[in-house]
Write a protein that binds this ligand. Structure first.
Ligand SMILES: [Zn+2]
Length: 145
């Protein structure tokens, strides 16, 4: 199990060698990242939690398609009534890593993840997607009572 730390450079790195040399059609696996309950700013958890991620990486020409399924049961306080409950977070994302990237001049096209063409830090892709897709408000079913 990996522990998430804002200062850690690498979280879970996959070597693309077997894909590059056509030894396999795809790479797949899973990993868990341990988060301290106070690690994520804006998320009010009453306990530490573990993010589970299943990844698949395929090669298409000079690009690599990374599919992630991110699952975590978040031990959080309801934003409205402060009740403790488990919020199920489940997200499927696809990211494209390419070595033949052309910069078009628009800032939103800037390549976000550092890519050397041989390794992908799927752990970092997972963490970035997890944090940026958290809902701004986490509410249990108290509204319906
Ligand atoms: Zn509530």
């Amino acid at each position: 199990m990996k522990r998430f730390d804002q200062n850690t450079q690498e979280i879970f790195v996959v070597d693309l060698n077997d894909l590059i040399h056509n030894k396999v059609e795809f790479l797949t696996g899973q990993f868990n990242i341990f988060f301290d309950k106070e690690e994520v700013i804006g998320l009010y958890c009453y306990d530490n939690f573990v993010v589970n991620c299943i990844y698949t990486i395929r090669r298409v020409a000079n690009s690599f398609l990374v599919n992630l399924n991110i699952r975590v049961s978040l031990p959080v306080f309801c934003d409205l009534c402060l009740n403790k409950f488990e919020y199920d977070f489940n997200l499927s994302v696809e990211e494209i890593f390419t070595t033949s990237f052309e910069y078009t001049g628009k800032s939103e096209d800037l390549y976000y993840f550092i890519f050397d063409g041989r390794h992908i830090d799927v752990g970092r892709v997972c963490v970035e997607n997890f944090i940026s897709n958290l809902p701004s408000k986490i509410v249990d079913n108290c509204k319906r009572k």
